[in-house]
Design a protein around this ligand. Sequence first.
Ligand code: ATP
Length: 269
Amino acid sequence: MKNSVAKASPLPAISLKDVGGLGEEMKEEILQTLSTLKEPEQAMKLGIKPPKGILLYGPPGTGKTLLAQAIAHELNAAFFSASGSAFNELFVGVGASRVRSLFQAARKQTPAVIFIDEVDALAGKRKAHGGEEAEKTLTELLVQLDGGHSNDGILFIAATNRKDMLDEAFLRPGRIDFSFQVPLPDTKGRREIIEIHTKGKSLAPAVYASLNELAESTSGFSGAELHSLFETASRRALRNGHDTIEKEDLDYALDRTILGSASRTLQDY
Ligand code: ATP
């Protein structure tokens, strides 16, 4: 278990096309950032410093992990990923040593992306963070992020639902150079995400014809919820011996998804 966070997962076959609802402006910013990372020398000549660290923040299920995977894919980089909570240990020094091994492993396999989800569990504000052990782990993260040239070829990507909880020292340029907000998708974004998740699925003509309406009526749905909507609809179609996803399968899935979000919202309070 000790070094379980220090292994690259196979390069995710996710491209930016698989991430819907980013909006033109953000897509453009991401593409520009990627070009500085792909051609760092060219960028430096133009006075542009490629980023070392990027923060993705926004509500759960909006595609932050997906986007990090797509960025790694575009950079042809090894993908090291861990959840911030994997560094929380009661035993002295274990969290810090995990942070160190993660960076060491990535340095051996450049180009690499280190992705830390729920980074607030690792880089939360020191005052609120509590505990000497958590403080040591965060300090180690800052040390590793400040690695200078030893971090060449490494892009650090962190994701959180709680940007406000993050320690200011962590957010300093040189550690985190850009923050991208990944919000819940608007109607156009939902339409794009629906397109992505219905690709390769057989839809009954009535369902196909109702996709614009579906995008309009699913305000508040995240990408993850839209994904699960079509997964549920497909499974129901299969169970009922349908060759295509019928309107009744989709309606059933909509009810289930809405119920699921409602119970989660209730649990949150
Ligand atoms: P969390 O904050 O809960 O970790 P997240 O923002 O990292 O969530 P993902 O794990 O990337 O969200 O999303 C889960 C799944 O939902 C994805 O694998 C994908 O199938 C679908 N999904 C979420 N957002 C999008 C999106 N913008 N475009 C396409 N699919 C999406």
